[in-house]
Design a protein around this ligand. Structure first.
Ligand code: FES
Length: 118
């Protein structure tokens, strides 16, 4: 499947310490800003499907708005049950000319190698 970056927001749209849901045709994303660095996670909480992008950012974690489970934003790790099966898939993000762009397909998993594709 061909990789492609998609502009999902402007840098000014997402203040540090916040996250938001981004709905695309292909996927629903939780876009999070930790101290100016942007991360994109799958927006579906592995517990019961809560929208992680509507959650609260606490340091490097986001708390799911439905039952409060916390996930490490940079890694997608579930803090309540840190096993791979509860990990939230991540997507590669880049900033280009003030735009937040997300690399769609494949999401970052344990065996994913960071790319420098343009
Ligand atoms: S749906 Fe996210 S903690 Fe329950």
């Amino acid at each position: 499947m061909k990789k492609h970056f998609v502009t999902v927001a402007q840098m000014g749209d997402l203040m540090p310490g916040t996250c938001r849901s981004i709905e695309l045709d292909e996927v629903s994303l939780a876009l999070c800003n930790i101290d100016g660095k942007i991360y994109a996670l799958d927006n579906v909480c592995p517990h019961a499907g809560g929208p992680l992008g509507e959650g609260t950012v606490e340091g490097t974690h986001v708390a799911c708005p439905w039952h409060g489970w916390k996930f490490d934003i940079p890694t997608g790790t579930c803090m309540k049950n840190p096993v791979d099966s509860w990990k939230v898939p991540r997507y590669e993000v880049r900033e280009k000319n003030g735009e937040i762009q997300v690399l769609l397909q494949p999401p970052i998993r344990e065996d994913f190698q960071e790319t420098s594709s343009e």
